[in-house]
Design a protein around this ligand. Structure first.
Ligand SMILES: [Zn+2]
Length: 128
């Protein structure tokens, strides 16, 4: 099994609903996102997936969240914008973005850092 990963960063604000503590107040993070994809076989030139394509997909998925108040952005207008929920959302968006990739890959893991020392990781169940 091969796995390749890319990272992307963006800045955004959020406020956690139903949370009793500082994070219920509006505040911001410099988010760092890491997406790893995996697959059994390499393509004809020895790649699991072109980093350029993977980076563009992650950038496109993150773009609507950059410099906005995430609570205003669906699905986070309803869903609490925790790092865990953001990881699931980004995973689902990446799965859609990579569905038509000519070489089959699946999202192995999405990690969302809110700060250098706190992160949430989502690993979807394997489609196999
Ligand atoms: Zn926060």
């Amino acid at each position: 099994m091969f796995e390749v990963a890319v990272e992307h960063t963006f800045a955004a604000g959020h406020a956690l609903r139903h949370y009793k503590g500082k994070c219920e107040n509006v505040h911001g993070h410099n988010y760092k996102i890491r997406v790893a994809v995996r697959g059994e076989k390499l393509n004809e030139i020895g790649m699991l997936m072109d980093f350029v394509v993977l980076k563009k997909a992650l950038r496109d998925v993150c773009e609507p969240m950059d410099h906005v108040f995430i609570n205003d952005l669906p699905p986070f207008d309803v869903l609490n914008p925790t790092a865990e929920n953001m990881a699931v959302y980004i995973c689902e968006c990446m799965q859609k973005a990579l569905a038509d990739n000519p070489h089959p890959v699946e999202v192995a893991e999405v990690k969302v850092w809110e700060t250098d020392i706190q992160s949430a990781t989502y690993r979807p169940a394997s489609v196999k």
